[in-house]
Design a protein around this ligand. Structure first.
Ligand code: AP5
Ligand code: MG
Length: 214
């Protein structure tokens, strides 16, 4: 069974590629960012606390993230794509422990690389569907449109302003790049060039996954 960690800077294309991977390889997609945004949209006390953290581009505490994740992992028998998790070395260690407890293991770690100068334009042009989560790349000056898949309303994430993206990139360098070192010598780490069309990126990812499954 495949259990994949999908890494990459903000805007690298983790969500875009996860949607394709989920369909082709019948995987269960967990985006910790989506999990946190779902909690915010419930309007709970916890959601308010989370909004205060992630809308500034900071990371939520490891202990909170890990306990939210474990419940979701326990709820599926499918292979999993972890999109945006782990984001700290402590989370990577906790994930290893959790997978052992659940008799699973991480079979691939895929890092989608992207030149830093591409990040801001990609993110400020992103819209996401409120209803089904579909990700779009739009002309930012055009009026908001509706989702082609479900007709839902498209919105701009609160952490997607140029200033917040800059902060998210700093946090990524400080907290998340060490996770790359954690996995690099594990034998399951692979990099994929994210600076190509989504279909080209997906072809590379598919190759990695198909080779890993042999
Ligand atoms: P999260 O939602 O995970 O945000 P992120 O890591 O910053 O990544 P993004 O979702 O912004 O980008 P993506 O790589 O998914 O790119 P996408 O496919 O959308 O996390 C948000 C926040 O939640 C964090 O800052 C933190 O506060 C908190 N959080 C989350 N996980 C946490 C954790 N584990 N611990 C603690 N806190 C956590 O693509 C982006 C745009 O580019 C789209 O418009 C898309 O259409 C376009 N695009 C995609 N691919 C291509 C391509 N190949 N060519 C051209 N355009 C493309
Ligand atoms: Mg995403």
């Amino acid at each position: 069974m495949m259990n994949i960690v999908l890494m990459g800077c903000p805007g690298a294309g983790k969500g875009t590629q996860s949607a394709k991977m989920q369909e082709k390889f019948h995987l269960y997609h967990i985006s910790t960012g989506d999990v946190l945004r779902a909690e915010i949209s419930k309007g709970t006390e916890l959601g308010k606390e989370i909004a205060g953290i992630i809308n500034k581009g900071n990371l939520v505490p490891d202990s909170l993230m890990i306990s939210m994740l474990e419940n979701i992992v326990k709820g599926t028998d499918k292979g999993i794509i972890f999109d945006g998790f782990p984001r700290t070395v402590a989370q990577a260690q906790a994930l290893d422990d959790m997978m052992k407890r659940l008799n699973r293991k991480i079979t691939q770690v895929i890092m989608i690389t992207l030149p830093e100068e591409e990040i801001i334009s990609r993110i400020t042009s992103r819209r996401q569907c409120k209803k089904c989560g579909e990700i779009y790349h739009v002309d930012p000056s055009a009026p908001m449109q509706t989702c082609k898949a479900c007709g839902g309303e498209l919105y701009t994430r609160a952490d997607d302003t140029a200033e917040r993206v800059k902060h998210r990139i700093e946090v990524y360098h400080q907290e998340t790049l060490p996770v790359k070192d954690y996995y690099q010598n594990s034998g399951v780490y692979k990099e994929v060039d994210g600076h190509q069309t989504p279909d080209q990126v997906f072809a590379e990812i598919s190759k990695v996954l198909e080779e890993g499954a042999k």
